[in-house]
Design a protein around this ligand. Structure first.
Ligand code: TXA
Ligand code: MG
Length: 342
């Protein structure tokens, strides 16, 4: 559908989204719904995405509305592969090397917009750069191919809340605001994609740690990643650093306050443990990975945060987590969950 056709009405408030198990028929139905300008929540290997046709302004506007997301925060355009991505964005040598090494997979590349780009200005929040990702999840792949259009998809949670890693999480946040939720089971990676900007000849910049580990990315580009600017951090807005507008200091927030690097648990607190460090805690305790495995911990992070954020819990004490591999993304999300609320 072109951006100018009038799209169908969004899922009416109060009516619940259909939740369909993933499968070939569902992929066709989801692809059709996307082409008709509807919102579809779909599984990716990182987190569930709230998808719309990225070329359709009205559909993209509905994403912002359903999430309660500020419209200055641009969306990632999802495509099945590098060839589809190159119709939308311009890839320099680093971007090509990274796409070839990591796609399909948990890496998002921010590149200059191509002259043939169909992603709406609204999805790009007016920027002349574009975030692109080819997800690996077979259900996401099937739906992208059925849709035949770039698909804008932020994480399928209300803005500022914990990202969803199951269809149930999506339903809890958005069921009354969207048309269709495709259930592909729990996400295997569990934290969002790593975002790297490849804009000029300089070193690529890390805008958000995520499901692709820094060391693996640096091995491919043959040098260290530069640090992109991060909102709410001391380096904000300096020099030529690129900012991911969505990297607000307070984000991924459960309702209960979060206390990091806890060595013990206070009365009334629930414990988010790692490697059984807080095993003595008397109350509610969930271990991200009792065997200290960071991949398992990442996959469980958002579900554990949601489950600990229960009525009566006065705070969440979080055990120390090593800052290596996927630990960098886990600690980034936990720091945002613990940041003062704006
Ligand atoms: O794993 C993921 O990346 C998931 C799944 C659904 O693909 N998506 C996701 O999207 O996490 P979202 O919207 O929650 O986060 C996208 C981030 C935001 O921080 C946004 O500001 C940033 O990407 N971003 C998007 N376009 C950008 C651009 N042109 N330049 C810099 N940052 C950009
Ligand atoms: Mg998000």
């Amino acid at each position: 559908m072109s951006a100018n056709q009038s799209p169908p009405e969004p899922g009416a408030r109060g009516r619940s989204a259909s939740i369909l198990p993933a499968g070939p028929d569902t992929a066709v139905q989801a692809g059709r719904a996307l082409r008709e300008g509807r919102l579809v929540a779909l599984p990716t290997e990182t987190v569930y995405g709230l998808a719309a046709d990225a070329a359709n302004d009205a559909a993209v506007a509905r994403i912002y509305e359903a999430k309660g997301r500020p419209s200055f925060n641009p969306l990632i355009a999802h495509v099945p592969d590098l060839a589809a991505a190159q119709a939308q964005g311009l890839f320099n040598a680093d971007a090509l090397a990274l796409a070839r090494a990591f796609w399909p997979g948990p890496l998002t590349l921010v590149v200059p917009v191509a002259p043939t780009c169909r992603v709406s200005l609204l999805a790009r929040a007016g920027l002349d750069t574009l975030a692109l990702r080819a997800p690996a999840h077979p259900v996401a792949q099937a739906i992208l191919r059925a849709a035949g259009t770039p698909v804008a998809a932020p994480s399928a949670n209300r803005s500022g809340r914990v990202s969803p890693t199951t269809a149930g999480h999506v339903a809890a946040d958005l069921a009354d605001r969207i048309d269709l939720i495709v259930d592909g089971g729990p996400c295997s990676v569990g934290v969002e994609s790593t975002i790297v900007a490849c804009l000029e000849d300089g070193a690529p910049q890390l805008l958000r740690p995520g499901g692709a580990a820094r060391a693996d990315i640096e091995r491919v580009i043959g040098r260290e990643l530069a640090q992109g600017a991060q909102a709410g951090r001391a380096d904000e807005g300096q020099g030529a650093q690129v900012l991911a507008p969505g990297m607000l200091a307070s984000h991924y927030a459960p309702r209960a306050p979060v206390r990091l690097n806890a060595r013990s648990v206070e009365p009334g607190e629930a414990a988010l443990d790692f490697a059984a460090c807080l095993a003595q805690a008397p109350g509610l305790r969930l271990d991200l990975s009792a065997r200290g495995d960071l991949r398992e911990a990442a996959a469980r992070l958002f579900d554990c945060l949601r489950r600990l954020d229960a009525p009566g819990v006065r705070g969440i004490a979080v055990a120390p987590i090593p800052n290596e591999g996927l630990g960098e993304a886990i600690n980034d999300r936990l720091a945002r969950a613990a940041a003062p609320r704006g």
